[in-house]
Design a protein around this ligand. Structure first.
Ligand code: PEP
Ligand code: MG
Length: 323
């Protein structure tokens, strides 16, 4: 079966009725890029940049050090887009293992909140990412946004980083796209705020599920309550895809749901056209797409989206896989 999948590496991911789907890879370090290329990824949909910062006893990597790493990923992807998420530190990804003191770190000073509180760290990273954009197609992705002022401040910081580089005659791509992670329910319920300011959206289902259902994603005692098919979660995902497309911007899913072949057809039926996942899942998801017929999937998905009954939803999702 593995060999059969390997043959799909160069096959475009097109549904039976002719819709092309973009399949992207999630990476933690530039060294993951060869695996992404080997799986035939159309690019990197999520570079979790915090992995460059972790396990260093809170010693922040310098601008040059970061630039070399981002550039390495960009060069390894040979012209395919590389979506670099800015530092998503805190909660399950502490800068320093001994440092965690907040009672509810997942609700605390993490990700963009941390970056806006530490503007020098944020600016340094933005400069490094922008410098890498001179070597290929780079997109900037901001995690954990909930407020309009956070979006505006992030964009202002990007503008400042660009102005500094321009001043020093350092090359970068002035047209770099900037996108938002939609992973806080408030963001999914206030999409007009995002689509008018952002170039693309990426749905982080891991955190979106955690915050929608109030389930700590790393607490095994409540793991049985962590349900991607909860109707509230499905509504938020579906609304985000629809609002993005209506505004004419790309929407991806980059949480674990995107790499789960049991959910591929459901996401296709919701209108998703961009999936970002661990490279190991990519060819299985592609195979599922090649065997999928949107004309059959869409009506069944609408039925699922109308239901608030978990059993009905679970059964209907299973039916989708048999279509
Ligand atoms: C997510 O929250 O779904 C996501 C992709 O980001 P992370 O798992 O790194 O929080
Ligand atoms: Mg997240």
């Amino acid at each position: 079966a593995r060999k059969k999948l390997q043959k799909l590496k160069k096959t475009p991911a097109i549904t039976k009725d002719g819709t092309e789907i973009t399949l992207l890879a999630n990476i933690e370090l530039p060294d993951d890029c060869p695996a992404a290329m080997e799986a035939g990824a159309n690019g990197v949909g999520l570079f979790r940049s915090e992995f460059l910062f972790m396990g260093r006893n809170s010693k922040i990597p310098s601008e040059d050090e970061q630039f070399e790493q981002y550039k390495k990923a960009v060069v390894a992807m040979k012209g395919r887009p590389v979506t670099i998420r800015t530092l998503d530190i805190g909660a399950d990804k502490p800068l320093d293992q001994g440092e965690q003191t907040a009672l509810n770190p997942a609700l605390g000073l993490r990700a963009i909140r941390y970056c806006l509180a530490e503007p020098q760290i944020f600016l340094t990273q933005l400069r490094a990412i922008l410098r890498a954009s001179a070597f290929g197609k780079v997109r900037i992705l901001i995690p954990m946004l909930a407020h309009a002022f956070e979006i505006d401040q992030s964009l202002a910081m990007i503008a400042q980083a660009k102005a500094e580089l321009r001043e020093q005659n350092i090359k970068f791509d002035d047209d770099v796209d900037v996108g938002a992670m939609i992973e806080i329910p408030a963001a999914a319920l206030a999409l007009p705020m995002f689509v008018k300011r952002m170039d693309f959206l990426s749905i982080g289902t891991n955190d979106l599920i955690q915050y929608t259902l109030a389930i700590d994603r790393v607490d095994y005692e409540v793991a049985h309550l962590y349900n991607p098919l909860h109707p509230a979660v499905l509504q938020l995902i579906s609304m985000t895809i629809a609002a993005g497309h209506k505004a004419g911007i790309d929407v991806a899913v980059c949480g674990e749901m995107a790499g789960d072949v049991k959910l591929t057809r459901l996401l296709l039926g919701m209108g998703l056209r961009e999936f970002s996942m661990h490279p190991a899942q990519l060819l299985s998801v592609k195979q599922e797409i090649l065997n999928s017929d949107l004309a059959r999937i869409m009506p069944q998905t609408r039925k699922i989206m109308r239901s608030m009954e978990p059993n009905v939803i679970a059964d209907a999702v299973e039916q989708l896989q048999l279509m």
